[in-house]
Design a protein around this ligand. Sequence first.
Ligand SMILES: *Cc1c(COP(=O)(O)O)cnc(C)c1O
Length: 411
Amino acid sequence: MNVTLMLRLPIYLDYNATTPVDPRVMEAMLPYFTEHFGNAASRSHGYGWKAEEAVDTARRQVAELIGAAAKEIVFTSGATESDNLAIKGVAEMYRSNGNHIITCRTEHKAVLDTCKALQQRGWEVTYLSPDAQGLVSAEQVEEAITENTILITIMAANNETGVLHPIGEIGRVAKRRGVLFHTDATQAAGKVPLNAEEMGVDLLSLSAHKIYGPKGIGALYVRRRDPRVRLAAQMHGGGHERNMRSGTLNVPGTVGFGEACRLAVGEMDSEPARLRELRDRLENGVFQRVEFVKRNGHPTRRLCNTSNLSFAYVEGEAIMLKMKSLAVSSGSACTSASLEPSYVLRAMGLPDDLGHSSLRFSLGRFTTQADVDYAVERIAAAIADLRDMSPLYESARETGETRDIEWASAK
Ligand SMILES: *Cc1c(COP(=O)(O)O)cnc(C)c1O
């Protein structure tokens, strides 16, 4: 039987961009649109109490995923808002202590553009460069600290390469030097164990739609002791979320987010290992069939589900057009319209031609082995087709590839 008949096409390999809502999550949310529609801030009747109870449960479930206390969770509209609230909130609240922020060139735009906006308003920002494998070290962070530093913001896992930064080590540096530490853990959540306490993190951003919850809801963890972190609100109004984020809570959203976190905790022992196996199967399959492929990012210190590959002599956009039965991403989703090579890969020192040749494959809960095997076939066929028409590839084969690049090979 033709295996492609059993596949749902195009095959979704873009889980780092967003994930489908898990049916169990949707089930949990549904009553809160209709029957239990109350405003969680209504204290005077049962409709409000029912909603508040659901939000409390969700808050505990989100907290559990990151080893925090429920009271330390502030619900937001997503990780973009969480990043903005953390960075601007600290910058404004602690302005009298200093005006210097440390971050990294490979952060998500939600962090980078927030830092740029603060620079316009007089704050100073140091953008650390990662090494060729995409890593920043705790030593690099420590060297950048000055007497004016009030915040370090370094992501836990990179969305394009999956590279995992040494968050625990950076947290220890931050503690020792008395600087607040924010991490965007949107991609790490549900894929690696997270414990805000153990990692020495003071602020941590999450988004539901990257972990099989609904879009439009996220959270910011805000440490309550040692130290108690204070934030300048970015949204003023009814004083919801301990005055840090006013606005009527998205009750069904919080319920879905909570359930998504509960499921992620439950699957932490098995799902990352399953994904790693599938991801390695994808990479080995590609490396066996295709030459001149470069794997971007640290080979082991990265997420279990992510593979970022450059296919020399062909353009990422052209590859995607050749394999329309695969849903993948080239560059970063937010900048791919501009046809600039990915700023993340550029910051890692990847030459622009290889940046243009890169694709990100990100696997998830509903990815099967059949999906991966089909994807390998499509990728190999697309690259072969395109290279057949490439004079550069022709001459590289004839002369032997001479560039100083470590091409990937199958294990
Ligand atoms: C997706 C993502 C964001 C943005 O999250 P939204 O909830 O869509 O605003 C921020 N940071 C990282 C690392 C992401 O992957």
